[in-house]
Design a binder for this molecule. Structure first.
Ligand SMILES: [Zn+2]
Ligand SMILES: [Zn+2]
Ligand SMILES: [Zn+2]
Length: 354
């Protein structure tokens, strides 16, 4: 594997092979590389470095190294895509999960000194990132997020800008992809931000997904009639007025119901748009009176007749201890009867009309 090749046997940037992740390398292990000594400036440290170019498989676009080997080794990232070599994740995600402090210097003078100094230190060592030191929850999180298979689609040709404007005349001969582009955040990123793990929109997206639990709770439910949000972690000193005071900014609130016994609350918005905005803006950082609250979508309303709902609520549901109720169960697995929408005093579904 590319990353395992020992580039330290020779001197600075003299190595025969770049430090690459499996995806950037492509699926052909005998890939031909062209090598151009000190061909360009490293996009991180600005020192001239050896550029490698190769075709990572049939129908793919040529790839090249973007940062020097020292910079890659400092952060244990691929020289081309700058993703972590072990987990294939953005530096910001990795460093957040592992609680790694960012000690690579950013200023010009320090960097030159630091880079020279580090050359000696890294020879022999696989990486400066000490994954083992991180607590196990951080490593578990990375394992869950990590892409285990190489993602070769990332090596496809870029999209044809002429095609997008409707003016490509090359037809099948065109080496670029004739597709309408999806919004690709990777292309709008600053390479240094990605390297240093700051302000990386992709990392932020991934981290938000983690904070929000399994993610499906934040995704707006398909049932557009759902306009209520479910809040957990509602401590005794948080009351209706506190919740209203926070949520009114997102739109008209039909009702707020606090159930202190279960440390939860329902916020019912007048419109779906308000609810979507509220969860979008709050799911990763909802803090009221110095309590961290979790927010998810309310449950779908029952569609069956009232009697069915009543039957369901009177079943012998085994109640879990209160502590385990911080995170609501997915729909259909209500841990307690008050979580059924019919138990929500503000619920006004058609089924109550009989
Ligand atoms: Zn560099
Ligand atoms: Zn890569
Ligand atoms: Zn084209």
């Amino acid at each position: 594997m590319a990353a395992k090749a020992d580039p330290n046997k020779q001197g600075w940037e003299e190595s025969e092979f770049p430090i690459l992740c499996e995806t950037c390398l492509g699926d052909n292990p005998y890939v031909l590389m062209t090598r151009q000594g000190f061909g360009k400036e490293c996009k991180v440290c600005s020192r001239p470095f050896t550029i490698f170019r190769w075709l990572p498989g049939a129908g793919m676009r040529y790839k090249k190294t973007e940062i020097c080997q020292t910079c890659a080794k400092l952060k244990n990232v691929c020289q081309t895509c700058l993703l972590d070599l072990q987990y294939n994740l953005p530096v910001q995600v990795r460093d957040t999960a592992l609680n790694v402090t960012n000690d690579a210097p950013r200023s010009e003078i320090n960097r030159e000194y630091f880079a020279q100094n580090i050359e000696g230190k890294i020879s022999g060592a696989e990486s400066l990132i000490n994954y083992g030191k991180a607590d196990s929850s951080g490593r578990e999180m990375l394992k869950k997020l990590a892409r285990t298979e190489p993602y070769y689609k990332r090596n496809r040709p870029h999209i044809c800008s002429f095609f997008v404007k409707g003016s490509c005349t090359r037809g099948d001969e065109c080496p670029y992809r004739h597709e309408i582009p999806e919004e690709n955040e990777l292309s709008h990123q600053n390479i240094k931000d990605r390297y240093y793990g700051t302000n990386d929109p992709v990392a932020k997206k991934i981290l938000n997904r983690v904070k929000g639990g399994n993610g499906s709770n934040i995704t707006p439910p398909e049932d557009k009639t759902i306009t209520s949000l479910f809040i957990t972690g509602v401590e005794d000193d948080i009351d209706e007025a506190d919740l209203k005071g926070y949520f009114y900014a997102f739109g008209e609130i039909k009702s707020v119901v606090v159930v202190h016994k279960s440390r939860c609350a329902f916020i019912n918005f007048a419109t779906r748009a308000s609810a979507e905005q509220a969860i979008d803006k709050s799911h990763s950082n909802l803090n009221i009176k110095e309590h961290d609250l979790k927010i998810t979508w309310g449950r779908p309303r029952p569609t069956g007749p009232k009697t069915e709902v009543q039957a369901a609520t009177t079943q012998n549901v085994v109640l879990p201890p209160l502590e385990s109720m911080q995170i609501p169960a997915p729909p259909g697995e209500a841990p307690s009867d008050f979580l059924y929408p019919s138990q929500d005093p503000t619920y006004q579904g058609s089924s109550t009309k009989g």
